[in-house]
Design a protein around this ligand. Sequence first.
Ligand code: SAH
Ligand code: DHB
Ligand code: MG
Length: 229
Amino acid sequence: MSQELWTAVDGYLTEKLIAKDAVLEAAVAANAAAGLPAIDVTPTQGKLLHMLASMIGARWILEIGTLGGYSTIWMARALPEGGRLITLEFEPKHAEVAGANIARAGFADVVEIRVGAALDLLARIYSEGVEPFDLVFIDADKENNANYLEWALKLTRVGSLIICDNVIRDGEVANAESTDEKVIGTRAMFDRMATEPRLCATALQTVGSKGYDGFAIAMVVEIAKFERP
Ligand code: SAH
Ligand code: DHB
Ligand code: MG
């Protein structure tokens, strides 16, 4: 099993299942031209986010970590007429590139990019008294994953989905001795998920063109339906 094989299979699945898409290809090209790191979700993962948003009929989405807006565009495309998405980004340059990509995709009036440290922006969004979000996608600095989950719980309602990217980290997530702050932050997020009765949560390991990683997926529930460890 190798990265080469995972990439080849991702290529096969993408070719089979995901229509060629000039807008998303243009976004990836613009990101590269601007020197953004190529750490967006893959096409198959982007389509999963899109389908999950569709399945729950999401109208109001929060994304933490925009980069060039690749995942943003996938999710925005699942919104019904009148739906909205807010995405949070620390780096002004990333936000600028994302703004152009999102406008090219036709979502300038649907997506709001807020620039700053997500923890500050989340506190502001909360104080604005917004409606609870239907879907929160956490994909920023992994050190803060537990804090982002905490905010996501404040900003959602029963039935909302909370998805967190990059939670497997080449398997390091299972290493309790890890000194990597991203692993520590992600493990703290899982600790919170494990003890939060309002969450029904799982996680999936994935391999693909971006390596060995995975998503955590949690649904906000009245009372957890399954026994906890
Ligand atoms: N969701 C994107 C990828 C996001 S990469 C996609 O799949 O297309 C992570 C992003 O989070 C980077 O752009 C990084 O600048 C941003 N980020 C890092 N720390 C942050 C913080 N404290 N607040 C907001 N954004 C942050
Ligand atoms: C990194 C961040 C991501 O969101 C991702 O999907 C891959 C890598 C990173 O910070 O290195
Ligand atoms: Mg990610």
